[in-house]
Design a binder for this molecule. Structure first.
Ligand code: ADP
Ligand code: MG
Length: 264
């Protein structure tokens, strides 16, 4: 793909989306413009019902906007035909959810392998089974769970299930991870370990991450926050100390925010 390094990795332009209930229009996104920079860990923060998940579904091409466009690496993706959207969703981005969406009857390893199974023919999968299994094991190792590879979801904690979901999302070597309330179902300490893992994937593996949260304390851990309110982006700010380097003069200082501009 042809794009310069300052092309946003992901961009929404003029996004509008309504749901209809008994023929009454419920406007959920009322003109959202947002651009996410490559290499950053961004947070999309807002109260429950503000439209965050709806926006993420549109960014992931799981649904289509009524108006507006979604661009990935300088190419429009919302209007692609099904195969193009499948390719984008299955190969360019990874997605994780609050409730992990693991298949209960499969082991951790098998769950990590599901995207590889789905995107291949049965024969193609069996031909590559050894290398795919090795990759799935490497991804489980990456999230610190190789020793749980034969466990089924009911034999794992919430944090472990989210790690498996993260490993699964990494199978296709995505450039971008979309995470909808990844710590929303976890206690503070476990959520913290998931946040640290996401930050590691961002800095060590160069993964761009867009994380949705309703929790300001979690949003402050991102490099940049976008605040949503009633279907509109109302604010944008940088968290200067979100990712302190070990030599930072006083890394214990609470996160300081710099408002770069109002996105409203
Ligand atoms: P958030 O993720 O910020 O909590 P959502 O995007 O899930 O918000 O929802 C925004 C609004 O859209 C809410 O008022 C919700 O009730 C409504 N909504 C979401 N999905 C649907 C749907 N499939 N049909 C009708 N209304 C929906
Ligand atoms: Mg939501």
């Amino acid at each position: 793909m042809n794009h310069s390094s300052d092309t946003p990795i992901l961009q929404a332009r003029g996004i509008r989306k309504s749901y209809y209930k008994n023929q009454i229009e419920l406007p959920v996104l009322r003109g959202v413009d947002v651009a996410f920079a490559r290499g950053e860990l961004s947070a999309l923060v807002g109260r429950s019902g503000s439209g965050k998940s709806t926006l993420m579904h549109l960014l992931a091409t799981l649904d289509q906007p009524d108006q507006g466009e979604v661009w990935f690496n300088g190419e429009r993706v919302d209007n692609l035909h099904r195969r193009g959207r499948d390719r984008y969703r299955n190969h360019e981005i990874g997605i994780i959810f609050q409730f992990y969406h693991l298949l209960p009857e499969l082991t951790a390893l098998e769950n990590v392998l599901t995207p590889a199974m789905i995107s291949r023919s049965v024969l193609g999968y069996f031909r590559q089974r050894k290398s795919l299994t090795a990759r799935a094991e490497a991804m489980l190792d990456r999230v610190g769970l190789l020793d749980r590879k034969t466990h089924k979801p009911c034999e794992m904690s919430g944090g472990e299930m989210q790690r498996v979901a993260i490993a699964r999302s990494l199978m296709s070597e995505p450039q971008l991870l979309l995470a909808d309330e990844p710590t929303g179902n976890l206690d503070t300490e476990t959520g913290e370990s998931i946040l640290q893992l996401l930050r590691q994937l961002n800095t060590e593996d160069d993964l761009t991450i867009v994380m949705i949260t309703h929790d300001d304390a979690i949003a402050e851990r991102a490099d940049r926050c976008y605040r949503m309110q009633d279907g509109l982006l109302v604010d944008r700010f940088e968290n200067e100390l979100a990712n302190p380097t070990p030599v930072a003069s006083n890394p214990t200082t609470a996160s300081q925010q710099t408002r770069t501009s109002s996105a409203a």
